[in-house]
Design a protein around this ligand. Structure first.
Ligand code: HXC
Ligand code: NAP
Length: 280
């Protein structure tokens, strides 16, 4: 499979016997991460709200040879997360890698955002990441495992119409650092990945420009002059969870082609224009 070519440098049995639990693993970048681990021998547990979506993703992962447990669960519901990690353990064994990838996003200027809109995103991204980590703690301590959080450039660069997402993702990164500090004694490593704009994803559909002619301009604003791929985020997650990163904890790995170096323009400029034109 072409999308997994990057992983051919690694031994195909790197994650044999490892159980990887991925929140939001039914689609997009998170499913790409799941495929990367599956192609290196891991078994997968995935959760999300849509059972149909999980079922489709499970079939794709099984084709790669993984044993898969798919549990419909909302990360905002702590009891549901406890149930999900227990189901994973019962069927696959204790979790060795947790990927906190479930997220929600929509563009909305702060002055238009309701308190509940802000809360919805913070609850899914930040509370959801805590819930999954806390629920999986005993299993991760048992395996001396690791957690990979999905952050975003919004955590450290301000973008218009992304106050809710910036707050949620910055919170995730600080949660990651605190857990790295506290849980290192259990052998649990905690790190974040901040993807840049990743082509073909729901995030880009929601935040990218409607007018396709803008894409070339946006790509030119990225030092590497292109969008990233799902496979490149999968490779970063595999690296952070692997023995190659055995002494890495508490780190934010930015995988964005250098996009953040130029700040949020012109991405921010375009988003700002789109928001203003919607309000006119
Ligand atoms: C303003 C909005 C809104 C919008 C929802 N709300 N959409 N406000 N603009 N477009 C408000 C609602 O009015 C409501 O507030 C509150 O948010 C909760 O809405 P619900 O629909 O009840 O929320 P819920 O069903 O929990 O859905 C959560 C969601 C939704 C975030 C709103 O979009 C979702 O489920 N998204 C999951 C998929 C997703 O977003 N993927 C992209 C991830 S990409 P009121 O006050 O009316 O009650 C990413 C980073 C990308 O995270 C970076 C790319 C470069
Ligand atoms: P996506 O396909 O929409 O992935 C989000 C997943 O989270 C979906 O499978 C969704 O499934 C699940 N989810 C949402 N709310 C949930 C909830 N309350 N409980 C459980 N699961 C929930 O989006 P994506 O663009 O690939 O993004 C994946 C991750 O990468 C996110 O953390 C995002 O912030 C991050 N990221 C993406 C980009 C990008 O360019 N796309 C850039 C930076 C960071 P259900 O709807 O079925 O629940």
């Amino acid at each position: 499979m072409a999308e997994l070519e990057l992983l051919e440098y690694l031994p195909g049995d790197l994650f044999d016997g490892t159980v990887v639990f991925i929140t939001g693993g039914g689609s997009g970048i998170n499913l790409g991460i799941a495929k990367a681990f599956a192609s290196l021998g891991a078994d997968l547990a995935i959760c999300g709200r849509s059972a149909d979506r999980l079922e489709g993703a499970a079939a794709e992962l099984e084709e790669l040879g993984a044993r898969v447990v798919a549990v419909p669960a909302d990360v905002r519901d702590y009891d549901a997360m406890v149930h999900a990690v227990e189901a994973a353990r019962d069927e696959l064994g204790p979790i060795g890698v947790l990927v906190c990838g479930a997220a929600g996003n929509f563009p909305c200027l702060a002055e238009d955002l309701s308190a509940n809109g802000f809360k919805a995103v913070v609850d899914i991204d930040l509370l959801g990441s805590f819930n999954a980590s806390r629920a999986a703690f005993d299993q991760l301590a048992e395996t001396r495992g690791s957690i990979v959080f999905l952050s975003a450039g919004q955590a450290f660069v301000a973008y218009p119409a992304q106050a809710h997402v910036g707050a949620a993702k910055a919170g995730i990164d600080q949660l990651m650092r605190n857990l790295a500090l506290e849980w290192g004694r259990y052998g649990i490593r905690c790190n974040s990945i901040a993807p840049g704009p990743i082509e073909g994803t729901e995030g880009m559909r929601r935040l990218g420009p409607d007018d396709p002619s803008y894409h070339d301009r946006l790509k030119k604003a990225i030092p590497l002059e292109r969008y990233g791929t799902v496979a490149e985020i999968g490779a970063a997650a595999v690296f952070l969870a692997s023995p190659m990163a055995a002494y890495i904890t508490g780190t934010l790995l930015v995988v964005d082609g250098g996009q953040n170096l130029a700040g949020s323009c012109p991405f921010g400029e375009l988003l700002d224009q789109a928001m203003k034109s919607r309000l006119e």
